[in-house]
Design a protein. Structure first.
Length: 248
């Protein structure tokens, strides 16, 4: 029998009937930002973790799985991605992965929650690895939907790295058909998008299938995929969409 350590325990509820329990060594930072609750914790199993509104966003041990899966399929599908737009992306790890592509000349990252980004810069250096200081980076703090509605700029890839669509939460309006129509308008002719689409656990497919259905109403090419992210406690889904390029 495994004896539990003398930790504080954090329960991430993955549904009303199910949760993932994490043993926590210490809490490095906790705050109610303007938009959401934010905690940076030290997990006994996964190291330092970012938690927003009670949901695990990433951990030191396996954040690379999430961020590589989110970024690289979309950028590798495009023949020559030069201009990239990141919706959200607080920790800077999505930005880090985008900038690994030598073809990228410019990357705009727009996150509504400045406190999350600034504390991630300070307390999560392994995530961003200096990406915020790269001369190709243009970091702004505002509503990404509003920015995309008002700009006339186009992008080769748009990466949507936001939390799950909790009603009234900061990401709620970024999972709608109306938003995806805006994103499509901002894409170059061979443009691609990618986003996290929620768990692909067999008993919790509602969000994943809803995202797929909504994207199919907007884009001619939609390619869902999933990976295993241990700190999430569930398999996790992503979706790539484009005007014409199919990664398969």
């Amino acid at each position: 029998m495994i004896e539990p350590k003398n930790f504080k325990w954090f329960i991430e509820y993955t549904s009303p009937q199910e949760g993932h329990i994490h043993g926590i060594r210490t809490i490095h930072y906790a705050s109610q930002t303007k938009y959401q609750t934010m905690e940076i914790m030290e997990s006994g199993s996964y190291g330092r973790c970012l938690v927003l509104d009670g949901k695990m966003q990433s951990s030191l041990t396996d954040e690379f799985i999430y961020h590589e899966a989110l970024v690289h399929p979309a950028l590798l599908t495009h023949p020559n991605p030069k201009r990239v737009f990141i919706v959200g992306g607080g920790e800077g790890a999505t930005l880090r992965e985008v900038l690994r592509h030598k073809s990228v000349e410019y990357c705009m990252m727009v996150d509504i929650d400045e406190e999350v980004v600034q504390k991630s810069k300070e307390l999560l250096p392994e995530w961003h690895q200096g990406a915020f200081d790269d001369p190709r980076t243009d970091l702004r703090f505002m509503d990404a939907r509003k920015y995309l509605e008002e700009t006339t700029d186009s992008y080769d890839c748009i990466i949507i790295d936001i939390s799950e669509p909790v009603e009234e939460g900061p990401a709620y309006l970024l999972f709608t058909r109306e938003f995806y129509e805006i994103v499509k308008e901002r894409l170059s002719p061979d443009g691609t998008i990618a986003l996290q689409a929620g768990t692909t656990a067999l008993h919790q497919l509602l969000n994943f299938t809803a995202v797929d259905k909504t994207l199919n109403a907007v884009f001619p090419v939609v390619a869902p995929y999933n990976v295993c992210i241990p700190s999430f406690g569930l398999p996790w889904g992503f979706t790539l969409a484009s005007k014409n390029l199919d990664p398969r």
